[in-house]
Design a protein around this ligand. Structure first.
Ligand code: NAP
Length: 335
């Protein structure tokens, strides 16, 4: 085993889009587990938009960054964390983490399901889409749904899950024509538009000429305004995220059609997936059989090497991912 560990720190607050200069890779001696803890060698890392939000003030500067990660216990001083065990934890953005048993979740071993799935459709990403569809939108068979950032992690999971749940017409938006084609050819969307091709309201009106029942909002701003116009009476908006705003430097987009929310009796509700951990088993029960049968496939963009985690994060913010953006340890470390 290596004698050194690498950790990523945030070193400055960004104004607008962050760059590699806002981060530093810090080398240290390999941490040693103390009694009641174990050393985990990390294998897969998730890079997520919420990190961008936290960079504005929540993350301490010059301190190890957190992050959702899967790793293997390599040195244990607690019987609850046997060596060789694969665990999920949040002390990521580092090659090695010292964790206590209550800081990790043991991952089930579903035959034929790769570990990266537990950061994607079986992890927080899939759970976000699942909660949004089942608990907030309360999707019923035949209902027409619009999803923004449809080619991303939550967006691809939402498309695949909504198809399994019997949704009606599935409309999405994405940042390139190639992503739009992937979504209709492989994920199950009926119509996807490239939102850079014109005003979002016009593009959505064309893609969903008869309107929509539900909107899963990953983006906010112009997308949300367009969806309010396209929603039928008593429609629902599920607020998941506001990625159009995370790197913006100007004033937030001001919605011009808020009166429609009243006129059409629309309902808008947001949620945090962290409050729905109790649905994790339900998600496994719903998705795993379809993963194993091949009806659901993984949508992921995998970047190799921990030294590329900052590039992967910045790339995700720029839309370089299709599906879940995942960083994988160099093959020699994966065992
Ligand atoms: P993701 O969609 O895999 O990655 C972000 C994507 O956003 C990029 O691929 C890019 O794709 C798109 N994007 C970037 N800037 C944009 C802009 N200005 N307008 C429209 N699209 C833009 O990330 P994710 O993890 O699935 O997260 C998606 C959303 O869900 C985020 O808003 C995130 O904060 C939210 N989220 C919320 C929860 C919760 O608990 N509520 C949990 C997880 C995620 P394009 O090429 O299409 O632009």
């Amino acid at each position: 085993m290596t004698e050194t560990a690498l950790t990523v720190h945030q070193t400055a607050r960004p104004h607008g889009f962050p760059t590699a200069a806002h981060f530093a890779f810090v080398e240290s001696a390999l941490p040693r587990p103390t009694p009641g803890t174990a050393l985990v060698e990390n294998l897969y890392w998730s890079v997520d938009p919420y990190h961008r939000e936290m960079m504005d003030g929540d993350f301490a500067l010059d301190a190890p960054l957190e992050g959702r990660t899967i790793g293997r216990v390599v040195d244990s001083r607690d019987p609850a964390l046997p060596e060789g065990e694969i665990v999920f934890h949040r002390q990521g953005w580092r090659t090695h983490s010292v964790v206590a048993p209550d800081e990790v979740r043991r991952l089930p071993a579903f035959e034929g399901v790769p570990l990266s799935a537990y950061l994607g459709i079986l992890g927080g990403t899939g759970l976000t889409a699942y909660v949004g569809l089942t608990r907030i939108a309360e999707l019923r068979e035949g209902q027409d749904l619009f999803v923004s950032a449809a080619a991303g992690a939550v967006g691809t999971a939402a498309g695949r899950l909504a198809r399994l749940m019997g949704a009606g017409r599935l409309v999405g938006s994405a940042g390139t024509a190639a992503k739009a084609a992937y979504l209709t050819e492989h994920v199950g969307y009926d119509e996807v538009f490239d939102y850079r091709a014109g005003p979002t309201a016009d593009l959505l009106a064309k893609a969903a000429p008869d309107g929509i029942d539900l909107y899963l909002d990953n983006v906010g701003g112009e997308h949300l305004e367009a969806a309010i116009s396209a929603l039928r009476p008593h429609g629902r908006i599920v607020r998941i995220g506001t990625i159009a705003q995370y790197n913006a430097t100007g004033a937030p987009y001001a919605l011009r059609n808020l009166p429609d929310v009243v006129e059409k009796s629309l309902r808008m509700e947001g949620f945090l997936v962290s409050e729905y951990a109790h649905l994790q088993e339900e998600l496994y029960e719903f998705v795993v059989p379809h993963l194993r049968s091949g009806r659901v496939r993984l949508d992921e963009t995998v970047v190799d090497g921990f030294d590329r985690i900052v590039d992967a994060f910045l790339g995700m913010l720029r839309g370089e991912n299709r599906g879940k953006m995942i960083v994988r340890a160099a093959s020699g470390d994966r065992g």
